[in-house]
Design a protein around this ligand. Sequence first.
Ligand code: G3P
Length: 218
Amino acid sequence: MKFFIDTANVDEIIEANDMGIISGVTTNPSLIAREGRDYMEVLKEISEIVDGPISGEVKATTTDCRGMVEEGEAIAAIHQNMVVKIPMTDEGLKAIKILEREGIRTNCTLIFSSNQALLAAAAGASYVSLFLGRIDDINMHGIDLVRELSEIFSVGGVKTEIIAASIRNTIHVTDCALAGADIATVPYKILMQMVSPPLTDAGIVKFQEDYRAVFGDK
Ligand code: G3P
């Protein structure tokens, strides 16, 4: 399973990229709005940092196929690594079909069922984003969707890649790897929790104490 980082914060992206752990970035309108910066400028800056797929979503207020295609073309023009994120709607599916035929990769987002993912794949989406945490929020098991869709795509030989999104904790990440997700897109805070769980931090402190007790600061 590959890792993307799920953020529009450039500092977080640089940190994760420097560690060599991410092969792409996903953003969404909420994440970019949180940065308080120009929408397209943020996407451009991210595309100059990470050499891998960068998902930039059409504006949340654009809901018609024509508008999404126009915005998708503008996002794709930023950099060859840009992937256009399109919401899972009837108009969104039309836009995915057109953009993919133009050679522009798409990531169909806000997917909550295997049937939605199958439709997105049929329309030609390169990626589907399953919102694991938001399924958990309604007292259902989001990971079951990742497992079910992995099996469906594997049996059917579907090439569309599964992105597990809305990851809320480190267990989600392990579960996604076990369930067969191609990619987990993970917030920076959770990536850092994966790097340094408390036992590793405590182990480093103990090694330092024991070392200093005998060798000092040499
Ligand atoms: O990539 C989608 C993701 O950012 C949504 O996460 O935590 O808002 O459900 P969340």
